[in-house]
Design a binder for this molecule. Structure first.
Ligand SMILES: CC(C)(COP(=O)(O)OP(=O)(O)OC[C@H]1O[C@@H](n2cnc3c(N)ncnc32)[C@H](O)[C@@H]1OP(=O)(O)O)[C@@H](O)C(=O)NCCC(=O)NCCS
Length: 197
């Protein structure tokens, strides 16, 4: 049964209301280090979470991060392999239109019993367009609506400032720190408080 209240803040510009015709997509080539024109959040096609299957697995494995981001996550193939070993784990593609642009892995944290977003990544060529934030909102909605989660965990390296700020803006607060690894938690109560960021 889903808990009362809404565990996530609403998107600033709901993707459902966006105009698909205005999307700038189709160039998923690698332009690492090249400055792309800013694309406003309200010009993006709806972001969707899709199951991983034989038709999109290769695209998920081909997702790339910037060299400076690669220390934050293992490669996606290892994450898919990990997902296959845990019955509660769900590997999901992040899609914009028909294009796979990211990957997420959710599952139950063994030590706390809480649901956790183990992985979230957006291909370097598609970052900074609001996709990561929207994907995270969809993951939280899914965890609440399908799994009844009233607490959700994330973990990130303490120098991963983009992840830290993104999660904090959604209401996550630091729970635990082991070495450079920070675990943060979102609870219904925390989600209702205004963000400090
Ligand atoms: C974290 C990640 C998923 C965000 O994806 P994204 O699609 O770029 O995120 P968004 O475009 O929704 O941006 C989210 C916020 O981060 C900010 N941001 C994103 N990339 C940034 C960067 N390189 N520098 C500064 N700010 C950045 C955005 O401005 C945005 O802030 P706002 O919503 O307040 O305007 C992506 O950077 C990524 O894949 N990183 C590598 C893997 C990782 O660290 N995963 C998380 C830990 S498991």
């Amino acid at each position: 049964m889903a808990p009362a209240g809404h565990p996530v803040r609403r998107a600033r510009a709901p993707c459902e209301a966006m105009t698909p015709a205005r999307i700038i997509i189709g160039t998923l080539g690698r332009f690492e280090g090249v400055q792309r024109p800013a694309v406003s959040h309200d010009s993006i096609q709806p972001v969707r979470l899709v199951d991983v299957d034989a038709g999109n697995r290769d695209a998920i494995v081909r997702l790339e991060l910037a060299p400076s981001q690669r220390e934050f996550l293992p490669d996606t193939e290892s994450s898919l392999e990990m997902a296959s070993r845990y019955p509660d784990a769900r590997a999901l593609g992040v899609a914009v239109g028909d294009h796979i642009v990211g990957f997420a892995l959710i599952g139950i944290d063994e030590s706390t019993g809480y649901w956790k977003v183990f992985r979230l990544l957006v291909d370097v060529a598609m970052q900074r367009r609001g996709i990561g934030r929207r994907a995270m909102e969809l993951l939280l909605e899914r965890l609440r609506d399908r799994h009844g989660a009233d607490h959700v965990l994330v973990a990130y390296q303490d120098h991963n400032e983009v992840a830290r700020r993104l999660y904090a803006s959604l209401g996550f607060v630091e729970l635990d720190r082991v070495g450079s690894k920070v675990t943060a938690i979102l609870s219904d109560e925390a989600a209702r408080r205004p963000s400090q960021e």
